[in-house]
Each structure stands twice: as structure tokens, then as C-alpha cells.
Ligand binder design. Structure first.
Ligand code: ZN
Length: 136
């Protein structure tokens, strides 16, 4: 009896592999568009397929439909620089992504995300306890 191990389902089913791969790309950025930060609904080829861009992680980024559609078959960096939401930190992140340094890319994207301002905490600090003691 031959024991053949490690037969990967994905080898027989490229579509399944493709779907998983796309999902993982989206999860890298927390399902946000690498260009503008909106919800990512598609995968964009940085170098368009029409220009020989490959469907590999280094060339594929999560993008929202509007960015993906507007960019069309332009080269990502050229297109991105002309956008109103252009952010140099995002551009650096995309560059790192292309270079295959996803960790750096994600760190840069983290940096772009606006910090939440916590102002409401300072207001509710006035002690209600004092008031309750006096009233008793
Ligand atoms: Zn977008």
C-alpha cells in the first residue's frame, strides 16, 4: 500500500485557493482599501494585468470598488499620486507591499489610521458622590 500524504485540496481546486488568497489579502488591511481606507471589496493589481502584472501577493492589494474602477489599467503609483486622498504614508506602504515587505506595509498603514480623540472622559469625572452625600 502506498502512502501518499500531503495531497493538497488547493492543488486540485485553484478557485478555492484563489478565494482564500483574496480573503487573506483583505484581512491584512482589516478589509480596508490600501489607497483610500474605505471598505475593500476588490483586489487591485498594482501593475495591471494588461501590462503583464501577475496575480501574486506582491502585485495585488485590497481596494475599494471606486479606487479599483478609477485606476483602471493605470500603474498604481502614477494614478495614486494624482488622487485627492493621496497620503505619502500610504504610498510608502504600497511600495513596501510591492517589495514583499508586508509587515512594514501594515505598520505604515497602521500609522495612517487616524487616532480617536477621547474628550468625553474628562467631562464625566466630576464627582456625583459629593452631591449624593450632601443630599443625604
Ligand atoms: Zn479606495
Amino acid at each position: 500500500m502506498q502512502n501518499r500524504d500531503a495531497v493538497f485540496l488547493e492543488d486540485f481546486c485553484p478557485k478555492l485557493h484563489d478565494r482564500r488568497w483574496r480573503k487573506s489579502l483583505h484581512s491584512f488591511t482589516g478589509k480596508s482599501c490600501i489607497y483610500c481606507g474605505k471598505h475593500s471589496e476588490s483586489i487591485d493589481h498594482i501593475l495591471p494585468r494588461s501590462r503583464g502584472g501577475l496575480s501574486v501577493t506582491e502585485n495585488c492589494v485590497p481596494a475599494c470598488l471606486s479606487c479599483n474602477g478609477e485606476k483602471s489599467d493605470q500603474e498604481a503609483f502614477t494614478w495614486y499620486r494624482t488622487q485627492s486622498f493621496y497620503d505619502p504614508r500610504r504610498a510608502m506602504a504600497i511600495r513596501a507591499w510591492v517589495d514583499g515587505d508586508l509587515r512594514l506595509a501594515l505598520r505604515l498603514l497602521q500609522w495612517v489610521k487616524p487616532k480617536r480623540i477621547n474628550e468625553k472622559d474628562s467631562i464625566s469625572q466630576n464627582s456625583n458622590q459629593d452631591f449624593l452625600l450632601k443630599a443625604a
